[in-house]
Design a protein around this ligand. Structure first.
Ligand SMILES: *C/C=C(C)/C=C/C=C(C)/C=C/C1=C(C)CCCC1(C)C
Length: 249
């Protein structure tokens, strides 16, 4: 009851022009709704798709919990919740790498591919954290951001042209289609994040911040697009390859 009253107090205090707080709030609800959707639909699919849908739900659920805390943090301190943000990412982005592996398993994907993508994603995020929270002045953010960008580029190369691509082509059908769409998410959807980073850190790119862009708003939009979008692509592939799927019933 106390918590509920506090939550209501927070909301009533939220200014109508607090668009950062608003996107944290809406992001939290969207992640919760998406999680319920993925978890509840899970059992209507063929066995081999269930784990993929479960992982989709876990990604949005973990994000929902972090958004709950980030929304609170922003409401209390009016500061960017950098720590919660990166804890969320370091859990959910590797799970998105697992998602690639799971859909390519039918084509014989090896665990080594999964671990390679997970490793690259952790390098991308840890270097980003250093630029955003540790070496925050001078050339720090630009150099760490560059290191992060290189890891990001290798991920893009791997899934678009490397081993993952070959496996997707070998699998064909719904798997190839889903793989292609996920590749676009990583190339275009994930590119939203470096923009947020440039808007929120110090560097030669400071002009961007002058455009009135806010780092958290950009990250929140990126998360909604990528986490829910990724899950829906996997959901679509499961629908396409399951007989008597909910979409056909
Ligand atoms: C659900 C969360 C996702 C999909 C987060 C993805 C995050 C990135 C792709 C972050 C990338 C970054 C760079 C490529 C350079 C600057 C630092 C980062 C960490 C913002």
């Amino acid at each position: 009851m106390n918590n509920l009253l506090l939550a209501i107090a927070d909301i009533s205090k939220m200014a109508t022009d607090d668009y950062v707080g608003f996107t944290f709030f809406v992001g939290c609800m969207a992640m919760m709704a998406a999680s319920a959707f993925f978890f509840l639909s899970m059992n209507s699919f063929d066995r081999k798709w269930r784990t993929s849908i479960l992982v989709s739900g876990l990604i949005t659920f973990i994000a929902a919990v972090h958004y709950w805390y980030m929304r609170d943090y922003w409401a209390s301190f009016g500061e960017s919740p950098t720590f919660f943000r990166y804890v969320d990412w370091v859990l959910t982005v590797p799970l998105m790498c697992v998602e690639f592996y799971l859909i390519l398993k039918v084509a014989g994907a090896k665990k080594s591919l999964m671990w390679r993508l997970i490793f690259l994603s952790v390098v991308m995020l840890v270097t980003g954290y250093f630029g955003e929270a540790v070496h925050t002045t001078g050339n720090g953010p630009a150099l760490w951001g560059l290191a992060s960008g290189i890891a990001y580029f290798v991920i893009v190369y791997d899934i678009w042209m490397g081993e993952a691509k070959k496996l997707a082509v070998a699998a064909g059908g719904a798997v190839l289609k889903a793989h292609k769409t996920l590749c676009w998410f990583v190339l275009v959807g994930w590119a939203i994040y470096p923009l947020g980073y440039m808007a929120g850190t110090e560097g030669w790119y400071d002009g961007l911040a002058g455009l009135g862009l806010n780092m958290d708003v950009i990250y929140n939009i990126g998360d909604a697009v990528n986490k829910i979008g990724f899950g829906l692509v996997v959901y679509g592939a499961a629908v396409a390859s399951t007989s008597n799927s909910p979409a056909e019933a």
